[in-house]
Design a protein around this ligand. Structure first.
Ligand code: DGL
Length: 278
């Protein structure tokens, strides 16, 4: 393709979780074209090392760029925590096409929390990788140094969602366990950030085990608003995002299985294609 030719906005996740972000972005900005990529063959990313998450994420970004995207949202906290900075600082400057951009989802989520918490004690539920990266505590402390942040890794939650077990009774055990752990470690928490894009699919169970006075914050709406504001402020980037209102889906695993599961998550029928990342 020619440099500068408009293309879809890329949305990347290790699997199905990024669909929760895509859904909110499309609600707010249906006019753009979107290309979703789920690396279902190699999910979960949450327990993988920094180097591996970076390598896989860079491959996904390069694939989406090669398919015409100029702007890519890493709709995955683990990739945002472990790969975004290196891609932005090392890989993008080496690319010939200077219109290429990659954005993450941790910063937009942390910006909102200062207005939400009253007790100034916030909990983060996320993958082991995101929690051990300390990305949420670091970002929150830059914006709101008075907020105390406690993170709880939930390594079983992504596999529950990826295996379509998020509504099963087995999911209750793991959801209850991690919410109780978090609130035992800091009983003053009044707001919990779902710091993994898969977790909104467990929202019914998460709410069931969270006391009423504790707010549960999902990222999708904040990420979508932040992207809209970014496109308003960066007309050069907005002008290379095409406006056909379409959405295509790519997966590194079986496209039939992806289409079936994604259709349930999105509540509308979709048809995915398989791609190979290398
Ligand atoms: N949904 C992703 C996140 O937001 C990644 C989950 C995983 O692959 O472990 O962290």
């Amino acid at each position: 393709m020619n440099l500068g030719e408009a293309g879809p906005i890329g949305v990347f996740d290790s699997g199905y979780g990024g669909l929760t972000i895509l859904h909110q972005i499309r609600q707010l900005m249906p006019e753009y074209d979107y290309l979703y990529l789920g690396d279902n063959a190699r999910t979960p990313y949450g327990t993988r090392s920094f180097d591996v998450v970076y390598e896989f994420t860079l491959q996904a970004v390069q694939k989406l760029f090669s398919m015409g995207c100029h702007l890519i949202i890493l709709a995955c906290n683990t990739a945002s925590a472990k790969a975004l900075r290196t891609i932005q600082q090392t890989d993008l400057p080496l690319m010939e096409d200077k219109t290429k951009r990659v954005l993450g989802i941790i910063r937009p989520t942390t910006e909102c929390i200062g207005q939400i918490t009253q007790s100034r004690h916030v909990g983060i539920l996320a993958t082991s990788g995101t929690i051990s990266s300390n990305s949420y505590s670091l970002e929150i402390s830059k914006l709101y140094p008075d907020i105390v942040v406690t993170g709880e890794p939930c390594p079983m939650w992504v596999p529950l969602v990826e295996n379509n077990e998020h509504d099963s009774p087995g999911a209750d055990y793991f959801v209850k366990k991690h919410i109780e752990n978090l609130l035992t470690r800091d009983p003053l928490i009044d707001s919990i950030i779902l710091g993994c894009t898969h977790y909104p699919l467990l929202i019914e169970k998460i709410k069931k085990y969270t006391p009423n006075h504790v707010k549960v914050v999902s990222q999708g709406e904040y990420v979508a608003n932040s992207l809209r504001s970014y496109l308003e402020r960066h007309e050069d980037i907005a002008s290379v995002c095409s406006n056909g209102g379409t959405c295509k889906f790519l997966t590194t695993e079986n496209p039939k299985k992806f289409s079936e599961s994604a259709s349930i998550f999105l509540n509308s029928s979709i048809d995915a294609e398989r791609v190979v990342l290398e």
